[in-house]
Write a protein that binds this ligand. Structure first.
Ligand code: SF4
Ligand code: SF4
Length: 117
């Protein structure tokens, strides 16, 4: 069963292999322990880092890129420090945000929009 889900995840991530290598490595190596989600100061938004990487493993990239969570991240790095796999979760979140900025349905927070417009 575990082998099947690992294989399925690998097939899904193959379809996303154009993604930034840091994002891809994090999604590939994440064991879904949830610790980064518990440590995250931005988790009260729609996603947590743990949930975001789970969605990526399921190929649901759009949901991640249109989330409010990406823009609520304050770069505290608690997710990185809490990851038992030694993954640089916060770096991957920053790379996801960079990607999200180009998404047509990106959810920029209003105060950021006011700075840009
Ligand atoms: S760096 Fe961002 S994603 Fe990581 S714990 Fe802090 S707020 Fe959450
Ligand atoms: S702490 Fe690391 S292994 Fe655990 S859910 Fe977060 S990214 Fe995945």
């Amino acid at each position: 069963m575990q082998r099947n889900s690992t294989l399925l995840r690998e097939i899904t991530l193959q379809g996303l292999k154009w993604l930034d290598p840091v994002i891809l490595h994090t999604a590939r190596s994440c064991t879904n322990c949830g610790r980064c989600g518990g440590a995250c100061l931005a988790r009260l938004r729609d996603l947590s880092p743990a949930r975001a990487f789970r969605l990526l493993q399921l190929g649901r990239l759009d949901e991640v890129l249109t989330s409010r969570f990406l823009w609520a991240c304050i770069g505290c790095r608690r997710c990185t420090w809490s990851c038992p796999q030694g993954l640089d979760v916060s770096k991957a979140v920053v790379r996801l945000r960079r990607l999200a900025a180009r998404h047509p349905q990106a959810r920029f927070p209003e105060h950021l929009m006011r700075l840009i417009m």
